[in-house]
Design a protein around this ligand. Structure first.
Ligand SMILES: Nc1ncnc2c1ncn2[C@@H]1O[C@H](COP(=O)(O)OP(=O)(O)OP(=O)(O)O)[C@@H](O)[C@H]1O
Length: 395
């Protein structure tokens, strides 16, 4: 028995379908204007001058991270021709959400590329010391540092934005300069910022609009060499594009569905990827996306969701509404089942509105009639089975 199975008949280069894969410039579809704008904003850096700080907005999967990484890489190359050295650090603020973690990460990356004898340990230094080392590395090794702060709204302390955007002004950097590219999914993010940070961070702002189905199809086609020739059936790419364009044009979702469809064909030892693989892949993508969201939720939020899914299943139709009181009663029984203390009704209301914010449920306030006041109807957006599977997967 050969436990490795037969050679891969479906994928030729699956790497092309990983979200982390950075495609070449000619494989970036429909973002010429956005790339030109970003290039203009950071162009001064290629001559060793201070670039404009930029804030990039747009829904998930609209190419914000991709374009920011691509254009900063291109800036490095262009600067080399001018004998200017640019260092780029990419900080994912969802992972590095404290000021110290973010500064540590930026310092570590810039240090790595420059091979200095400064050490940037993962932990153990004060925030001020991490800053000191970061400024030292930038000042001694680079002409310009470009720092990309992805999901910048997740950063817990705005102070880093102030420090980075005013490093030259405040005299922290004397030889070199720095530019920041902040990326956010939240269009209202800027409103939450302190006025001083706003004026220095948001020198240029760009909004990335969602892709339409044609652009998603093109993005997928440009990666179809991830598969062996003739393996993708004709209807597969249009079907994936239609599914991804249905909510909003999310390229990440489209690429994930295409990868899952290939995996499903592989698992079933099929010779081709079919439209039915795509439908199964769509479900798998929803489960994995929800599982990721749910896994980041506290355990009581999971029980509330499980209660909602079970109640929805008991009612007719997959999108039947359930009242908050119904959810609360079943939630308490699930707590008893798990031997945990239940939270008060008020907290459950808060959890339900958080779930609405995350687009896992919809809520609608209803009028119960004179003397009875209002009540809330809650509806799952996804299939209850998918929710239950996601709750189990995230345990
Ligand atoms: N125009 C494009 N051409 C080719 N591939 C693209 C394009 N836009 C996005 N992609 C691919 O889609 C995936 C998601 O893109 P990206 O991470 O840049 O989106 P994002 O807007 O930063 O989303 P998020 O806010 O969720 O981080 C990546 O794999 C990326 O390579």
């Amino acid at each position: 028995m050969d436990y490795f199975g037969s050679e891969n008949e479906i994928f030729r280069n699956k790497e092309l379908l990983q979200v982390s894969h950075l495609p070449d410039g000619d494989r970036i579809i429909g973002r010429e204007d956005e790339l030109t704008n970003l290039a203009n904003a950071i162009k001064p850096a290629t001559r060793g001058n201070t670039p404009n700080n930029v804030l990039v907005y747009g829904k998930t999967g609209t190419g914000k991270s991709l374009c920011s990484k691509f254009i900063t890489n291109q800036a490095i190359e262009r600067a080399e021709g001018n004998d200017v050295s640019i260092g780029v650090a990419y900080v994912d603020c969802l992972q590095e959400s404290t000021e110290t973690q973010a500064v540590q990460s930026a310092g570590h990356q810039l240090n790595d590329h420059a091979e200095t004898d400064v050490s940037i340990p993962h932990s153990g230094l004060s925030t001020a010391e991490y800053y000191r080392r970061l400024w030292h590395i930038v000042d001694t090794r680079y002409d310009v540092a470009l720092i990309i702060l992805d999901e910048v709204d997740k950063i817990e302390d705005d102070d880093i934005l102030m420090q980075l955007s005013r490093a030259v002004e405040s005299g922290k950097l004397t030889e070199s300069t720095v530019g920041v590219i902040g990326i956010s999914n939240k269009v209202r993010y800027k409103d939450s910022l302190d006025e001083r940070i706003k004026s220095s961070l948001c020198e240029r702002e760009y909004v990335f609009s969602p892709y339409d189905a044609t652009q998603i199809r093109e993005i997928l086609r440009s990666r179809s060499d991830a598969f062996h020739e003739g393996v993708l059936e004709d209807g597969v790419i249009p079907r994936v594009a239609a599914l991804a364009a249905r909510e909003h044009g999310d390229a990440r979702k489209a690429i994930d569905i295409l990868r899952f469809a290939g995996e499903i064909a592989e698992e079933n030892a099929l010779e081709t990827v079919t439209e039915s693989c795509v439908d199964q892949a769509h479900e798998r993508e929803e489960t994995s996306r929800l599982a990721e969201l749910i896994s980041k939720s506290p355990s009581h939020a999971k029980l509330v969701l499980e209660a909602m899914a079970l109640l929805t299943q008991q009612k007719e139709g997959d999108d039947a509404p359930v009242t908050t009181n119904e959810v609360y009663d079943l939630y308490k029984r699930l707590c008893d089942r798990d031997g945990s203390e239940h939270l008060k009704l008020r907290r459950i209301r808060d959890i339900l509105s958080e779930l609405e914010f995350l687009s896992i449920i919809d809520q609608e306030r209803k009028w119960a009639g004179k003397g009875k006041g209002n009540y809330m109807e809650n509806r799952l957006i996804d299939d209850p089975e998918v929710i239950i599977a996601a709750c189990n997967e995230s345990d």
